[in-house]
Ligand binder design. Structure first.
Ligand code: SF4
Length: 340
């Protein structure tokens, strides 16, 4: 195992060009991911959260080059995988796997579970047929699929069981990093808990590193070691899980966390309602990307983009409220007009 982070993402950008006219000239770009940086340590779970369209799923797909990045670096064990040719990257691809939200559309309905698990082994040509047979039985056991279920087809399973098949298909290649893109979002709450527990057991057993992408802050709190909060393709805040949930610094994180229902009925929570919608990623606002919805926005926020800075140890935020000499305190943030 390498020392230090297993994955480092540096200033990653993914812009989708908007073309128009008969010559299909690029007029503008949708900045889906706009210069984000983070790292993940071995066997850690790092989560990306944010509203729909914030760029978290595109980040995952860009790391795996399912969408080619516009610029930036993705260092896997200190090697920039974006600099690999497509052929070189295909060899590395088995080390980085992805599990999607909808297992039904990611599993070929005409293939049995056994063949679904055999296919990646044959594609990557990493073991003999006899070994493959053993691996299939072994991974089936690990994810809770019986020998008898191996000859069935995806439509014969429930949503939770289908996600177990997707997990088995990703893990049969012995990956180092697994990107889970809203992997439990489509499941009932009780099944969600089972799959989350399974993922945590597998992480320990197989020494896996997870990049967990979700809009569900309860789920993220349960599974993550550290969390990054994204808005309009940029990182707004990043800290370890306990610190972020106990002491959110960025107004956007504060509003997201205020929307989680309290488990204590005697505790009356102040909910912060954000005004307006997420701006168009093709025409982001000047200055701070969050300023059009931020209840604490001030003149400077429209002019100057806040630096993404380490406000406390290992706690990063991009907000002028935390610039040196700034007199505003985070606890002043909740204004009465935004409470219900
Ligand atoms: Fe709000 Fe300004 Fe901070 Fe942006 S920089 S989050 S607009 S206070």
């Amino acid at each position: 195992m390498s020392k230090g982070p297993i994955l480092k993402v540096h200033n990653l950008k993914k812009y989708y060009p908007l073309k128009s006219g008969i010559f299909k000239k690029t007029e503008n770009s949708v900045r889906a991911v706009d210069g984000i940086s983070f790292h993940i340590d071995p066997q850690e779970t790092f989560s990306l959260v944010g509203e729909s369209g914030c760029g978290k799923s595109t980040t995952g797909k860009t790391i795996l080059r399912l969408h080619e990045p516009t610029s930036g670096e993705v260092l896997f064990n200190n090697k920039d995988i974006l600099s690999y040719s497509k052929k070189e990257f295909r060899k590395k691809r088995k080390d980085l796997q992805m599990i999607f939200q909808d297992p039904y559309s990611s599993l070929n309905p005409r293939m049995s579970v056994r063949n679904l698990l055999l296919e990646p082994l044959l594609t990557h040509d990493i073991c003999s047929k006899a070994e493959a047979k053993e691996r299939i039985i072994d991974i089936g056991k690990k994810v809770g699929l019986s020998k008898e279920q191996m000859s069935r087809h995806p439509h014969e399973f429930s949503g939770g069981q289908r996600q177990r098949i997707s997990i088995a298909r990703a893990l049969i290649l012995n990956p180092k990093i697994v990107i889970l893109d809203e992997a439990v979002s489509a499941l009932d709450v009780s099944i969600q808990a089972q799959i989350l527990n399974l993922l945590m057991d597998l992480q320990e057993d197989l020494k896996l590193t997870y990049l967990f992408i979700s809009h569900d802050l309860n789920v993220v709190k349960h599974i993550s070691n550290r969390v990054g909060v994204m808005y309009l393709g940029q990182m707004m805040e990043m800290a370890n899980t306990e610190e972020l949930y106990e002491n959110p610094l960025h107004p956007y994180t504060q509003s997201l966390l205020s929307a989680i229902p309290s488990t204590d009925p005697t505790h009356k929570k102040q909910r912060i309602i954000l005004q307006g919608d997420v701006p168009d990623a093709a025409n982001p606002p000047t200055g701070c990307p969050f300023r059009l919805r931020c209840p604490k926005a001030h003149d400077r926020c429209a002019i100057e983009k806040p630096a993404y800075q380490e406000v406390a140890k290992d706690h990063w935020a991009a907000c002028h409220l935390y610039d040196k000499g700034e007199q505003l305190k985070k606890n002043d943030f909740i204004s009465s007009t935004n409470l219900i």
